[in-house]
Design a protein around this ligand. Sequence first.
Ligand code: AMP
Length: 214
Amino acid sequence: MYIVLLGAPGAGKGTQAAIISQKTGLTHIASGDLFRQAVQKGTELGKLVKSYMDKGMLAPDEVTIKVIMERLAEPDCVKGCIFDGFPRTLDQAKALDKTLKEQKKGIDKAVFIDVPDEELVKRLGGRWTCKNCQAVYHEVASPPKVAGKCDKCGGELYQRPDDNEVTIRERLKVYFTQTTPVLDYYKKEGKLIAVDGKLSIDEVADKVVRILEV
Ligand code: AMP
């Protein structure tokens, strides 16, 4: 089963993908995490994507598609995966379909986590991410048990450099112009299902798991 999780930055894609991956055994592929790892390691890819990430802009399609297709070719993706943060443009969605089609596979469902704009800004501003396992916390809505430490692995929590107000606004702008057409793309294919992202983390996860069971 191949699932795409859609939603604006701050909608909870990463949090939900991690829970759903655990519940279903599907591999979680997060484009943003792959890019942040490359930045951390200082690879050529990392150097290239950093400038885009810092500005809240999308990395070029050609680069992004290559990174994701290489990840998709790994053995843990044979039975399926959950894409988080990808596709973010129409060309990315088409490239993903093409690759899966070549393997006689396809996207089964595109789940859109729907959260109002003003809530997104609040969420991103208070977000803390684990340096080690990428788990996500919020200082008010879902704080860690010990401040600054990840509940799951004890790793250090940090605020992503692109979670500042100026970059958040740019990321939302980019989302509305470049990524919302992807929603229509999956809608036309009859694969889009919306979930109310204002519900609690567990409620959203339950709804998504039930959608995937159908
Ligand atoms: P995220 O962790 O999903 O919020 O992604 C962080 C940043 O990585 C984005 O603001 C982009 O700069 C870059 N990025 C992640 N996924 C993509 C994608 N599918 N296409 C282009 N750029 C991406």
